[in-house]
Design a protein around this ligand. Sequence first.
Ligand SMILES: Cc1cc2nc3c(=O)[nH]c(=O)nc-3n(C[C@H](O)[C@H](O)[C@H](O)COP(=O)(O)OP(=O)(O)OC[C@H]3O[C@@H](n4cnc5c(N)ncnc54)[C@H](O)[C@@H]3O)c2cc1C
Ligand code: FES
Length: 224
Amino acid sequence: MVLEGDCSQITSPGQFVNIHLPGFYLRRPISVCDLEGDQLTLIYKTVGKGTAYMAERKTGETLLLLTGLGNGYDLSCAGSKPLLVGGGAGVPPMYFLAKRLCAEGKTVHVIMGFNRQDEIFFEEEFKKLGCRVTVTTVDGSYGKKGFVTDALPENYSYVYTCGPEPMLKAVYKAVQTEGQFSFEERMGCGFGACMGCSCRTLTGYKRICKDGPVLRKEEILWED
Ligand SMILES: Cc1cc2nc3c(=O)[nH]c(=O)nc-3n(C[C@H](O)[C@H](O)[C@H](O)COP(=O)(O)OP(=O)(O)OC[C@H]3O[C@@H](n4cnc5c(N)ncnc54)[C@H](O)[C@@H]3O)c2cc1C
Ligand code: FES
């Protein structure tokens, strides 16, 4: 979905927008996939009633969004060869991040994990940015068979990742370097007021919508 409007509050890759949908009490959080001037690109998977409603919208309709939410990724830690790992609906924020890192002259390697070939998107778009791209599919229908952790390279300076929690946990255990991990949590307000998205970390409780969604590897506390 490409939207046009005031995007001046969006400052970092990894931030998200929260979309008000008429008739739905809670807004739906979606990551910033790309931003060019006042054009915002979002990529979302239709999973329930809210995203189904979004998928039915037609060109020219208006949606109300809160923009520039969350902390986003800190690019200053990237080093010269950052590794970006995205799984499924966690791939979109990796694009905006890759774009910024490539613009800074970094050698960016992106690993994208999907279940099947028909779920894959943006492989060419990442390549056009100049990234090295590795695609994994669980069923082996495209790219390397297996999980993103089966495709980790030998050499990288830092890790940025976003995806389902089991994937984040596997990446956390497998990677050699420090990194930043973006988490999904059910949200109430989406801007830090209700505490509905709080989770425990090694440095105290954090609101995923405001203090996250990006947490640093060294502060993550996995609760089984
Ligand atoms: C920071 C953040 C960024 C996200 N970015 C993307 C993205 O770029 N692309 C994408 O496809 N999805 C993304 N998601 C997940 C997306 O928000 C949910 O898929 C969506 O809210 C589902 O709404 P629904 O009404 O279709 O589903 P329903 O299951 O009917 O939703 C019911 C309620 O649960 C919440 N909910 C359901 N699934 C999730 C989830 N995974 N995370 C948080 N809340 C959820 C909904 O917001 C809603 O309030 C992101 C989630 C978060 C927290
Ligand atoms: S959703 Fe309200 S504080 Fe995070």
